[in-house]
Design a protein around this ligand. Sequence first.
Ligand code: SKM
Length: 292
Amino acid sequence: MENLARINGKTELVGLLATPIGHSLSPAMHNMAFDKLGLNCAYLAFEVGNEKLEDAVKGMRALNVKGFNVSMPNKMKILPYLDELADSAKFSGAVNTVVNIDGKFVGHSTDGMGYTRNLKEHGIDIKGKKMTLIGSGGAATPIAIQSALEGIAEISIFARDDAFFPQAEENVRIINEDMKHLNVKANVYPLENVERLRAEILTSDILANGTGVGMKPLEGLSVIQDESMLRPDLIVTDVVYIPRKSKLMEQAEAAGATAINGLGMMLWQGALAFELWTGQQMPVDYIKEQLF
Ligand code: SKM
């Protein structure tokens, strides 16, 4: 339990701007870590959507907060309100962590690194592998970019053939052109092309869901309609962590595949953000023990 008596006139604020956000694990995770390390900081979530985002960032500046996280639906919209972007944010066009450096707001994306770090914790190195990735939004994009930066060989991105499809095409263009020196082969297909999806999964080591399908309001649904697309030597990952076992995770387990839910990615993106704000390592084992 956090020691709230430690909050005083010098406590520094770290925030989270997102909506809906009542379900978030971040406040408990960061406050426990601050408490454990004796840091005089407090983390609070604020229900903020796109319309109030600019005002909220101005408010954060006026209050001279230590930093803050950004989650859906603000990860891409926040870019114009920041002063600088780290490479992780520049390539992915998304920010989930803002650090206040002497009044300058610097945007980072720790989601992609959180994803690959979590795979490493499961003994999986993405170097040389092929991934089929579903999605092109604020979670899927950093996964694609970071996987490319860390040496994935090929990535096939599937997205619904709607207003978001151009973002999937743009992600593939960035990997094939702007990140050409990395020699990653990126492909893009509409999610409606079920036979192509089957073929790409068949030649992939990893199938990753980077969409919110499987969590509220889409709980009970999966991006995979036909379970015969899964197999025992496939690694199936989900960004969803509420519920712990999404429909996709159930399908993966039933097929004998390795199933990795979004909890580890959530933990490690937080640990990386914590380090950016405080310069100290999050006590990850303690947090896991207390919270997960
Ligand atoms: O990228 C993270 C964000 O930093 C925090 C979060 C949450 O608290 O639910 C989810 C992800 O978007």
